[in-house]
Design a protein around this ligand. Structure first.
Ligand SMILES: [Zn+2]
Length: 188
């Protein structure tokens, strides 16, 4: 199982968001996304971003937003629990890469794990009745994601990367051969 959320509970997270720009990144969507995209990071001067670029050590202002930061370690989301750290980073980005607009989003998340499902290799084998060399199949897996919602619970955006597999491929579900579309058979 891919463990992206390591802790249950309520958290308030501050994330620095950047506004997608029609000319800057080729997207027509003018929406706010996490700042950590190539169209921003490629333009940050090295000495602003890194304490030691070759060793991958970020400057202090970037550190909380990395995978070694407390926020990611606790929630699996890139951000910070400290508002001032987010404001400081937004100001640094606004100065270093003024091509884009930035803002600090306050995100309240509630994570509660009720079941833990381990995805294990199936003992049973799935076969295509048409051709034993067909070895790719289509079936469903169930994934949850964390949404940013407004005060009415209306969807705004899904947090990138914050997905969790709740049910992996199951021999009880329907399997179809990816090569020839034939209904596959399960062999015990
Ligand atoms: Zn087939």
């Amino acid at each position: 199982m891919q463990e992206l959320m390591s802790d249950d509970g309520e958290h308030v997270i501050f994330r620095v968001a950047v506004r997608l720009d029609r000319t800057g990144n080729g997207s027509d969507d003018l929406k706010w996304v996490d700042w950590d995209h190539g169209f921003v990071t490629d333009k940050i001067p090295r000495d602003v971003r890194w304490k030691d670029a070759s060793a991958g050590i970020p400057n202090e202002s970037f550190r909380p937003f990395t995978a070694i930061g407390e926020c990611w370690q606790t929630t699996g989301i890139h951000g910070t629990f400290v508002r001032d750290e987010a404001v400081a980073l937004a100001n640094i980005l606004a100065e270093a890469v003024p091509d884009f607009e930035y803002r600090v989003d306050r995100v309240e998340i509630s994570q509660k794990r009720t079941t833990e499902v381990k995805v294990e290799r199936m003992n049973r084998v799935v076969k295509c009745p048409n051709n034993p060399r067909h070895r790719r199949f289509m079936t469903t897996a169930h994934i949850t994601e964390v949404w940013i919602v407004d005060e009415r619970g209306e969807y705004i955006e899904a947090l990138e990367g914050d997905k969790e597999v709740t049910h992996g491929p199951d021999p009880g579900n329907n399997w179809t051969c990816y090569e020839c579309n034939e209904q596959a058979t399960i062999v015990d």
